[in-house]
Ligand binder design. Structure first.
Ligand code: ZN
Length: 146
């Protein structure tokens, strides 16, 4: 099916040339996440100012789905408020549950819709989004040390 082929191409492009790879320096919100069922690992690094995700970077090791998802997510959440970023995470969860969700400003994400046909891989796709939720909900020191 042609659409499947298109989705696969989008995913492989993000996997081979992932966007936003790296770590942000002091003051960044860093979170480690591990998906034991596949062995995927991610370190997500967010630069959040006044409740807005100014920058998002990641380092990942793992399968094509987890890396592509992290690449797409870090593109999508840049410039979003925390609430909007969490809203995207909710919509991504819905997408992974087979709901008909669209991502107007980040339509590459829709390429991961095909993952719903492979339930074992859903955790791979969810990994960066789980890291995002953990990063923005975990307690942290405000206006911390310099
Ligand atoms: Zn995986």
């Amino acid at each position: 099916m042609q659409l499947d082929q298109l989705y696969r191409t989008v995913i492989m492009d993000h996997y081979k040339r992932p966007h936003n790879v790296g770590e942000l320096g002091d003051g960044a919100w860093n979170v480690h996440m591990h998906n034991p069922t596949c062995g995927d690992r991610i370190v997500l690094s967010l630069d959040v100012r006044d409740g807005v995700v100014e920058r998002a970077k990641f380092r990942g090791e793992g399968c094509s789905i987890s890396i592509a998802s992290a690449s797409m997510m870090t593109d999508a959440i840049r410039g979003c408020s925390i609430d909007d970023a969490l809203g995207l995470a909710e919509r991504f969860s819905a997408l992974m549950q087979g709901e008909d969700v669209s991502f107007e400003t980040a339509e590459d994400i829709e390429a991961l819709r095909g993952v719903t046909q492979f339930p074992a891989r859903i955790k791979c796709a969810m990994l960066p989004w789980s890291a995002l939720k953990k990063a923005v909900t975990q307690p942290r020191e405000e206006g911390g040390a310099s």
